[in-house]
Design a protein around this ligand. Sequence first.
Ligand SMILES: *[C@@H]1O[C@H](CO)[C@@H](O)[C@H](O)[C@H]1NC(C)=O
Ligand SMILES: *[C@@H]1O[C@H](CO)[C@@H](O)[C@H](O)[C@H]1NC(C)=O
Length: 180
Amino acid sequence: MPNLLSFASNSLIPLLAIPFLHWAYTFKWRKAKQTNLVFYVHDNLTGHDTSAITVAGKNGPTASILEFGTILAVDDPVTEGPDSASKNIGRAQGMYMNSQLDGKALYLMFSVIFTDGEYKGSSLEIQGPDPFSMKEREFSIVSGTGYFRFVKGYGIMTTEFLDIPNLRAILKLNVTVKHY
Ligand SMILES: *[C@@H]1O[C@H](CO)[C@@H](O)[C@H](O)[C@H]1NC(C)=O
Ligand SMILES: *[C@@H]1O[C@H](CO)[C@@H](O)[C@H](O)[C@H]1NC(C)=O
């Protein structure tokens, strides 16, 4: 079978290499980029600038966000710096649910929709736990749109300012993502 063997080594093996070469060539172009961004979310449940409201809970919409089972709808301003007067770059829209029996952790589900700045027109999808009494909480970035298509990553949330009696908070989100 010398003919078949030489056919295999001369023709078949180079043929098999074509998909590999194609993958190796395209892989270079699909290499993931890493982006780090820091922004601030202003979460005020009271006052003239209220941007988060309780919609359901153990005692209906009068339930406290510090109580297990309470659900908030949020449309919080997102700024470049910790000061609420700093450049407004988007909105954090979605919901928080108190999901720990002792009331000490929230479950976050929201989109950060960039309306200005470098990522204008793009969005990030945030999902995960927020044990808010901890100094640093890690959360996940599960997807995104625009500049952030195919995104995956994580973020670290810290509370920059907290006024418990009036339920007003400024959160720092430091996000690291990989995307194409
Ligand atoms: C939220 O409340 C804080 C503290 O009272 C205030 O400084 C800030 O301006 C408010 N946020 C917004 C977006 O208005
Ligand atoms: C953001 O988090 C990264 C680690 O993921 C850290 O190296 C970096 O210093 C942080 N940046 C800010 C401004 O907090």
